[in-house]
Write a protein that binds this ligand. Structure first.
Ligand code: KG4
Ligand code: ZN
Length: 330
């Protein structure tokens, strides 16, 4: 069944058509370059950009799938979490389109759609599995019994992993977003695994504010002593990435142990991180069946939105035209 997905939770305007989980098209525009000089996403700019490009992006996705609007059977859209103005643009557009074509319509959770990206063009692994979502706004571990039965096993107590990388990166002047820039530095292989030692929290969960503050102090100390060389900067940022990923892997491993589940699925923008991918894939050596999304599906995109909407619709779900946007979901 041809399903159109629309995703506008943050700075990407994305539309995709899937048919029984097979990807027919995915067109994504990002306004990231327009935010770079502010060092973070400016919601007002993001929503205005969505409004100006969404029509064109949706048209390209439908024609790129080799079909017409009349062939669509369902419209799926990101309902949240995300920026309110950004979400409102996508949800309003999706509602209007579904209404005018007399199509069923469904709003889906953006974080669950990140997980679904690992199932596009592939089979869905048997439930239950443990899902690790790491993005600019979220660090979550889920027990996924099915896509309509998801329990949260661990969350962040302060910053999300991507947010911590972006903030520290900005401090050290690597530009925005810091995550990919720090990942490139990491591959220069100057890492001190003990520089950002993190106390394990009682129970499951993430907290990155302690090591973030330490990174800022180190910066100030080194600048005062005029000792912040380029290799020192690389060492600090690489060690910071090492500590963030180590905490993610620790929590994932503990969650797998606690639930006695041997299946893990990774998702979210930080799933593009080379070290995180390597360490999650290494769990296969411990007998864990692992799914890591292709790099092009790590960044926000509508393929997972379309796929998840189609999946839930087939299970009997749909949304009314009165659904709100949900900036926070939980
Ligand atoms: O999922 P996403 O595209 O947007 C949100 O929903 O937040 O994630 C964006 C986040 C940013 O924090 C960015 O720094 C991070 O993903 N990111 C990375 C890498 N590529 C993107 N973090 C670490 N390593 C990367 N290679
Ligand atoms: Zn996202």
């Amino acid at each position: 069944m041809y399903t159109l997905g629309i995703e506008t939770s943050c700075d990407e305007t994305s539309a995709s058509v899937v048919n029984n989980r097979r990807l027919l098209s995915c067109v994504t525009f990002s306004s990231l370059n327009e935010h770079k000089r502010y060092g973070g996403i400016i919601p007002e700019i993001a929503s205005r950009r969505h409004l100006s490009v969404i029509g064109r992006i949706v048209e390209q996705a439908v024609s790129g799938a080799g079909i017409g609007f009349r062939d669509l059977k369902l419209v799926s859209v990101t309902q949240g979490p995300g920026l309110s103005g950004s979400l409102l643009t996508g949800v309003s557009f999706a509602k209007s389109l579904a209404y005018s074509l007399s199509l069923p319509f469904i709003g889906v959770n953006h974080l669950y759609a990140h997980l679904f990206n690992s199932f596009i063009n592939k089979g869905i692994i048997d439930f239950p599995f443990v899902g690790l979502i790491v993005s600019g706004g979220h660090s979550e571990i889920y027990l996924v019994k099915d896509f309509d039965r998801i329990d949260t096993l661990a969350s962040t107590r302060d910053d999300a992993a991507g947010e911590a990388l972006d903030k520290v990166g900005r401090f050290y002047g690597v530009g925005f977003p810091g995550g990919p820039a720090i990942d490139r530095l990491f591959n220069e292989r100057i890492v001190n695994e003990n520089l950002f030692r993190m106390k394990r929290l009682k129970g499951l969960g993430f907290s990155f504010s302690g090591i973030k503050t330490k990174a800022v102090y180190l910066y100030k100390q080194l600048v005062e002593k005029k000792a912040l060389s380029s290799s020192k900067r690389t060492e600090i940022l690489s060690s910071f990435q090492y500590a963030v990923v180590d905490s993610l892997i620790y929590n994932l491993t503990e969650s797998l142990k606690k639930t006695k589940i041997k299946k893990a699925v990774l998702g979210g923008g930080v799933a593009a991180n080379s070290l995180l991918r390597r360490r999650v894939l290494a769990l296969r050596r411990k007998g864990v069946s692992v799914r890591v999304p292709p790099l092009r599906f790590c960044q926000d995109n509508a393929a997972g939105t379309a796929g998840l909407g189609e999946y839930l619709y087939k299970k009997g779900y749909s949304s009314g035209f009165d659904i709100p946007v949900l900036c926070r979901v939980n």
